[in-house]
Design a protein around this ligand. Structure first.
Ligand code: HEC
Length: 137
């Protein structure tokens, strides 16, 4: 019997491994409504951080649309910021944790909606060194 329990534990382990790829599994269409009621005042209609309540904040709410932020704004980061808030992630406490207002799936949904603000193409992250062009004369 003990062996069985142990086995079950081992089977479950990979799912808990820290390096298991994060999967958001959010529904942006559902998340939009939450964004509009809870986030828009600071993060703005366009997701650029220029909502009426965001303008007065220092630091300002993140700009989801800026290609310069694209590398940082990953599904996992957005999920963590929404769920745990800024303070828990070494950021401004003005970004509160939403785990009280939203359940886990709703957090995933709103995060999926946030991801939609990202520009289609990320800013070239430190242009590939191999493709270095000769300096223009
Ligand atoms: C009271 C204003 C306010 C509200 C409302 C708010 N946020 Fe924020 N949010 C902030 C601020 C300020 C920051 C920037 C924190 C920092 O950079 O230190 C932030 C940062 C973030 C970030 C990280 C951005 C980055 O550049 O890394 C995400 C993602 C985010 N908020 C999502 C949301 C979502 C989703 C909601 C709604 C559920 C929401 N926020 C509601 C103020 C707010």
């Amino acid at each position: 019997m003990k062996k069985l329990v142990l086995l079950a534990g081992l089977v479950a382990l990979p799912a808990l491994a820290a390096d298991a790829p994060f999967e958001l599994k959010g529904d942006a269409a559902k998340g939009e409504a939450h964004y509009k009621t809870l986030c828009i005042s600071c993060h703005g209609e366009k997701g650029d951080g220029n909502g009426p309540a965001g303008a007065a904040l220092t630091p300002k709410p993140g700009n989801f649309t800026d290609p310069a932020n694209a590398e940082r704004i990953t599904e996992e980061w957005v999920y963590k910021m929404v769920k745990l808030g800024g303070q828990a992630n070494g950021k401004s406490p003005m970004m509160v944790a939403w785990s009280g207002a939203l359940n886990d799936q709703q957090i995933r949904d709103v995060a999926a909606f946030v991801m939609k603000f990202k520009p289609a193409k990320a800013a070239p992250a430190a242009p590939a060194k191999a493709a270095k062009k000769p300096a223009k004369k």
